[in-house]
Design a protein around this ligand. Sequence first.
Ligand code: P6P
Length: 326
Amino acid sequence: MTEKTLRRHLTESALDPNLIFLLEDIASACRVVANRIRNGAFEGNLGSADATNVQGETQKTLDILANDEFERICANSPRLAALVSEEVEEVTWLKEPEAGDYLLYFDPLDGSSNLDVNLSVGSIFAIMQVQSDADRSVLRAGRKQVCAGYALYGPSTTLVLTTGSEVAGFTNESGTGDFRLTHPAMTVPQETSEFAINTSRYRYWDQPVRRYVDECVAGEEGIRERAFNMRWTASMVADIHRILTRGGVFLYPADSENRAAGGKLRLMYEANPMAMIIENAGGAATTGHHPILDIQPTGPHQRVPVIMGSKSEVDRLLRYHKADSQ
Ligand code: P6P
């Protein structure tokens, strides 16, 4: 059976044609970025550009190239009013916003420190819709997202997106270049025995996170009834895709080192899109105290603590945070 193409899936979802145009442009940008990564070594695109982004992070050449490809390709969408990119401090306005236009928030190349060692990286995106003419506010809570998704540039190039209830996964077919529906109706298993956290930050963690991780490490010799495994790929897209596929919990919590900055990961184009995907797949996504999607942003590059994945494990972490604050 030939799997449905992305266009067939989107048109069957009865979406606004202008949203379909934008999603197909995003898919094209991901296809182009995948090729630039694959040929990075030949085009001299590995390594760092002599620039830093708004986050103060050294930009990889491919960070800038990926950002430029997203801007160039998505600017073709007739109803796209603005872009908010991890790599660009200011909001990029393409037109005066009118009711019904779209806003695109994206991390063009997530986990780019993996590029030089040939490990998985990804692109993350979220789309919101302008409600009234001349509404130039890009600071909208994640619950207002009309679409969220990511591309994972791994052994295969996978595009995962949700426009409402279902989370659908598409694989890029070499030769035709089509994204074909290979993972319909993706769901996060409720239970898991796998957690993802940068354990080198143990000394900074708050008590609830230490308690949770210590219990996972103790496995059946402690209070948990089973052994746990740990995975950390230093690319949120790869870790979240694994969790969406076989369960798990991803943590980049607030800690004594990152709390003043609000956390490490960014709300608008990392935490919010991934939270929409995980919640629509039956999982949970929290800061440790509040649902990520309920946060009213104060800035386009705002950082937040992130705990998301299998609901039973997120609920356990919420209980530990609540007990610690009483
Ligand atoms: P650490 C990549 O830079 C990123 O934003 C996420 O994709 C990833 O989960 C995290 O930071 C990795 O952080 O502490 O391992 O460098």
